[in-house]
Design a protein around this ligand. Structure first.
Ligand code: NAP
Length: 446
């Protein structure tokens, strides 16, 4: 990879980059099939990504006609990196094996290693014979929707494709590596005013939040609507807050510390709830919820904004879902994309049907939605929420931090980039957007 990195840093032309040999193996953060049972008897919160994520050489696969090799300058930790590395709710090697049954090319994915990572920024170094829109030398970010365009269902909303997968989670050769194998229809332009690590941290969570709050496929927030945002300084929440503020909606932001509350206020959020300080206990014991506590949260929201919220931005799942259904206004909505604290959800259906509420499922974003979300980053209208940066060698520790909820915003990972701050192509626009705004989470971060 040294030759490729030298060429990129030396400003070599796309043709010169394309002429360089692709190495037979490359450095990647990966899990091992032989270890997928390693945490069988370990409680969930003690399963440690530092022991299951390895960083070392993996063999480079052949490039399919519709794919490109990206020299990865930076990547980011997502919660799916945590799920892969603790083998919950299932081992991702099962997904690789199922993918391998789809076609001759997809057989490459079933390996004894899983190269992880669903975000990347970098440079295209080689394109397959069927790639038209991108060329070697292009500076890109990668979104993680992996869709077969021969499935008719993919042509209205690609998230409806029957074989839709998440790259670097349900496919191999992901972004936490020096090289990544990416379908051409996952590429988007890199925001020129951001460093590699600032550019790499957005696509997965930013696109997901965009679809949850702005897409006709789910819920479109309107000016003045109030949105309860769980985990408002986390990955998804940090973008959801910005979409509310940009669109004239009213975020009611839930966090779990005074530091996080302060960060939200610096973003311009007026209504912040510290769930830890307020001590909500929505579950009296493992099997019994306490509706009094739902009502207490609802009362706190009314005290703050004078009414109920129009929509709840849900992802914690089992711990909060009953409360979320309760606090949404009559006729309101709960948009959910995850269940970090458990996916067997319980809520009182009377609050849903008699008050005419809706639960809306959402998952990542189609290419158009991801592109629109990336454009807002490129235009400086939405800011990266990078709080910490690790080396690729330290991926396990970075995933551990996320697993233990020790982070804010996004955790970046340097791959080929040798230090933070590289890759800024438009410093003037960076100044215009405001370095303070771009680095707000970094300065507040762990
Ligand atoms: P994150 O950066 O860890 O942020 C989640 C936030 O949720 C945390 O900062 C925490 O904030 C809050 N939280 C955690 N446990 C909670 C609980 N029991 N009750 C209330 N709040 C809780 O993670 P993320 O990247 O935003 O992802 C969140 C979830 O969404 C993960 O399960 C992830 O796999 C999923 N996800 C799904 C998609 C999709 O396409 N379907 C896309 C992205 C992420 P406080 O402690 O400050 O309250």
């Amino acid at each position: 990879m040294d030759q490729i990195l030298d060429a990129i840093n030396g400003g070599a032309s796309g043709d010169d980059i394309a002429a360089l040999p692709i190495p037979e193996s490359y450095r990647a953060a990966h899990t091992l099939r032989s270890e997928q049972e390693m945490f069988a008897d370990v409680p969930s919160n003690e399963k440690d990504p530092r022991t299951s994520i390895h960083v070392g050489e993996v063999p480079t696969p052949e490039l399919a006609p519709d794919e490109v090799f990206v020299a990865v300058m930076a990547s980011a930790i997502n919660f799916n990196t945590v799920w892969s590395s603790i083998y919950e709710p299932v081992s991702t090697f099962g997904a690789l094996d199922r993918l391998a049954r789809q076609s001759e090319w997809s057989k490459r994915h079933a390996q004894d290693f899983h190269a992880l990572g669903s975000d990347a920024s970098g440079v295209v170094v080689k394109v397959g014979s069927a790639v038209r829109a991108w060329k070697p030398g292009d500076r890109v970010v990668v979104h993680c929707n992996y869709v077969d365009d021969q499935d008719p269902a993919a042509h209205d909303d690609a998230m409806m494709a029957s074989n839709q997968l998440i790259w670097g989670y349900e496919t191999n050769y992901g972004g936490l590596a020096d090289l990544a194998v990416v379908r051409a229809n996952q590429l988007m332009p890199k925001p020129a005013h951001l460093s590699w690590e600032e550019a790499a941290c957005n696509a997965l969570v930013n696109s997901t939040s965009y679809r949850m709050l702005l897409s006709p496929n789910t819920y479109q927030i309107k000016q003045g609507e109030a949105v309860l945002i769980w985990g408002a300084s986390g990955g998804l929440g940090g973008y959801a807050v910005q979409y509310c503020l940009n669109g004239g909606a009213v975020p009611v932001a839930v966090v779990s510390s005074p530091e996080k509350a302060d960060l939200l206020r610096q973003m311009g959020v007026e209504h912040v709830i510290d769930r830890k300080a307020n001590g909500y206990k929505f579950w009296a014991d493992e099997n019994t919820q306490d509706p009094k506590e739902w009502r207490r949260l609802g009362g706190d929201i009314r005290d703050m904004i004078g009414r109920d919220v129009d929509v709840v931005f849900e992802h914690p799942g089992r711990q909060t879902f009953g409360a979320s259904v309760y606090v949404a206004k009559r006729g309101g909505a709960i948009v959910t994309c995850a269940a970090t604290s458990g996916y067997m959800l319980e809520f009182d259906n009377r609050h849903l049907w008699m008050r005419l509420k809706r639960i809306i499922g959402s998952h990542f974003a189609n290419y158009h939605e991801a592109w629109q979300a990336n454009q807002l980053i490129c235009d400086g209208k939405v800011q990266p929420i990078l709080s910490a940066v690790h080396s690729l060698e330290n991926t396990g520790e970075a995933a551990w931090q996320m697993h233990q909820n020790l982070h804010e915003g996004k955790i970046g990972v340097l791959c080929l980039a040798t230090e933070e701050g590289q890759g800024i192509d438009d410093p003037e626009f960076r100044e215009q957007v405001g370095v303070d705004k771009i680095t707000l989470f970094r300065r507040a971060g762990v």
